[in-house]
Design a protein around this ligand. Structure first.
Ligand SMILES: [Zn+2]
Length: 223
């Protein structure tokens, strides 16, 4: 999610019409080079890995992991969050994608990838959008309030501003999503039987370094 407080210059960013030129290049190069692959993929997809990443324009999983079409099943949303298994009314987009990936595509790994300079995590930390109307920040506020409990000790220890606090929130959010993934019965079953692995990751935008979570120690270490 773009950080509204801290966005960069947009002067050199392409419009969608300009991106159609990119599509032209894709048709000339990648599409031509990978014709066989696309032909195979016409029959269906069978990715082994699902990634849950932030909508932020800087953290595209396919780009970071340099994978070919068909290899990565991706969900992106504000702050790369997975809500818990909920049966309340409403349209549960992440749950639907997870269910499809785990039960039908039978992916073997689900990766939650947080990232540095995450506007969604920053908003969770500052709670600046709390109380806003739906459509005026309220949707974001309600989405990221799933981090409220985790936020408390972080805000107490580091305050609500500065990279130290923000990074702690970003890393903690990955752990919240992993814990929420484990509230889904299908995830519990498949993790217990060894059919499914959960992984936590963190992409530090400033230096481009991917960190992987060691769940035993709770530490994130460079990959
Ligand atoms: Zn983000």
């Amino acid at each position: 999610m773009p950080n509204p407080e801290n966005h960069g210059s947009d002067a050199r960013m392409k419009t969608f019409d300009e991106m159609i030129d990119g599509y032209g290049r894709f048709r000339e190069t990648d599409w031509q080079h990978q014709r066989e692959r696309w032909e195979e993929l016409r029959e269906g997809q069978s990715p082994q890995v699902m990634v849950i990443s932030c909508s932020d324009s800087r953290v595209d999983p396919a780009q970071i992991f340099d994978v070919a079409p068909g290899e990565l099943f991706v969900v992106r949303n504000v702050a790369a969050l997975v809500p818990p298994f909920e049966t309340t009314p409403g349209r549960h987009g992440v749950s639907a994608a997870l269910e499809f990936a785990v039960q039908f595509l039978k992916v073997k790994e689900v990766v939650v990838m947080g990232h540095g300079m995450c506007g969604g995590c920053q908003a969770a930390l500052t709670q600046d959008l709390h109380g806003n109307d739906l459509g005026a920040g309220g949707f974001v506020a309600h989405w990221i309030d799933m981090l409220d409990e985790t936020r408390e000790p972080i805000a107490e220890k580091f305050g609500t501003a500065g990279r130290e606090a923000e990074r702690a929130m970003e890393l903690a959010a990955v752990k919240v999503s992993l814990a929420n993934l484990r509230t889904f019965p299908c995830v519990q079953e498949k993790e217990a039987s060894g059919e499914l692995k959960l992984r936590g990751a963190y992409f530090a935008i400033s230096d481009g370094v991917l960190h992987l979570l060691d769940e035993e120690s709770g530490e994130f270490r460079p990959a």
